[in-house]
Ligand binder design. Sequence first.
Ligand code: 5GP
Ligand code: SF4
Ligand code: MG
Length: 465
Amino acid sequence: CGVFGVIGLDQAANFVALGLHALQHRGQEAGGIVSHDPEHGFNSARRFGYVRDSFTKASLMDTLPGLLSIGHVRYSTAGSKGNTQIRDVQPFFGEFSMGGAAIAHNGNITNAAALRRELIERGSIFQSSSDSECIIHLMARSLQRDIPARMEDALRRVEGAFSIVAMTRTKLIGVRDPLGVRPLVLGKVGDGWCLSSETCALDIIGAEFVREVAPGEMVVITRDGVESRQPFRPKKSRFCIFEHVYFSRPDSILGGRSVYETREAIGRELAKEAPVEADLVCPVPDSGTPAAIGYSAESGIPYGMGIIRNQYMGRTFIEPTDQIRNMGVRLKLNVNRALIRGKRVILVDDSVVRGTTSRKIKEMILDAGAAEVHFRIASPPTAWPCFYGVDTPERSKLLAANMTEDEMADYLGVDSLKFISLDGLYRAVGEAKGRDPKSPQYCDACFSGEYPVEPADMIEQGFVM
Ligand code: 5GP
Ligand code: SF4
Ligand code: MG
């Protein structure tokens, strides 16, 4: 998901809509915006589909006045997966004795089922099926006197990944879980401040990037400025390495590094680790593009756009049903026959999950007359599901959980298939010595199976690690 918030700008909700538009790649199912102004109180709008279709109409934006606003774009990882109902669309709102608060959450709470059970037994009335709603109910039960302190109380009971943007009548609040699994950045714009999942959304509204919200930090922003709090016991951070590979936009800066440059470096590592003789390096657009550019630069094999992407389609993986996903590949990608014919082609993609994309693309490339097809993948084999906010399927559907690399190559029907090593990936994100096996610098559970936070709900449901 993507989260964005603004304080101190007139018509703040308009800036939030723009920010969410720049974060649309993080969630395309639905979006919501809440705003507050002293005259009208809190207002909200939730809509299915793209921000650019829902939140540009003046009639709607007029219903969201005020200097303070937050928003969320949704990609279902919990709750009604693939079947989003409007009641599951964030931000969620709660009314407390000291006033209302709205929260927007990116990540996934790993003990949400247990918390929900406990809260329902104690009288909470849930409105949605979302894990994030627990936070509001935990806040309602807190005895603290102000809302940020209630949030601190609530979040100390929550496990898993959370980057949260919240608002009260007068404050904009940002928090990251102690491991800092999901990104969150602070920006300054005119007299106002903003919080965003990624820096690319600061650029769109002309905000200046101030800094990242640190793992385990809470920032409380008012007219008087930014106050930093430390609600949690400090831990060594474990940022999601897959944000670098795929999830974030290439024009964003993560941990001081350009995502584009990191992806190019991944491509260069991949070319060193898994060279092959060929005539053309071709990305699976758009997610494989920077890595393909790096692979080509390192190997000296020419880069070409052998697959053309229809710019009007979203990310296929995020369309929730298998049927749509299957069609999606062809709706989205087409082969550039003139370039491919007779060539030995290296296809570079960011990841293989179910193998749907790679299989279809291989067929399309061979139909177009390629002499050979070699796949090079910019991440290690995805063999484990993510429980921290990326919607990977269960193990039975993950190709790499059920096959060796050679079996995968056979299954996909390609001449060769190679993945970057986990150490190679760490080098590409700037860890010169690779992965520290005793204390890994990132979360890489979907590749390693080493989960930095025990997925309590999943274990309860019988998930075997
Ligand atoms: P597959 O077709 O193998 O199931 O999925 C791989 C494709 O999905 C890649 O092209 C990748 O760009 C895309 N993708 C989109 N979202 C995700 C995600 O959340 N996780 C992973 N691993 N791949 C994703
Ligand atoms: Fe990121 Fe993978 Fe960890 Fe999920 S399991 S947070 S996708 S590295
Ligand atoms: Mg892709």
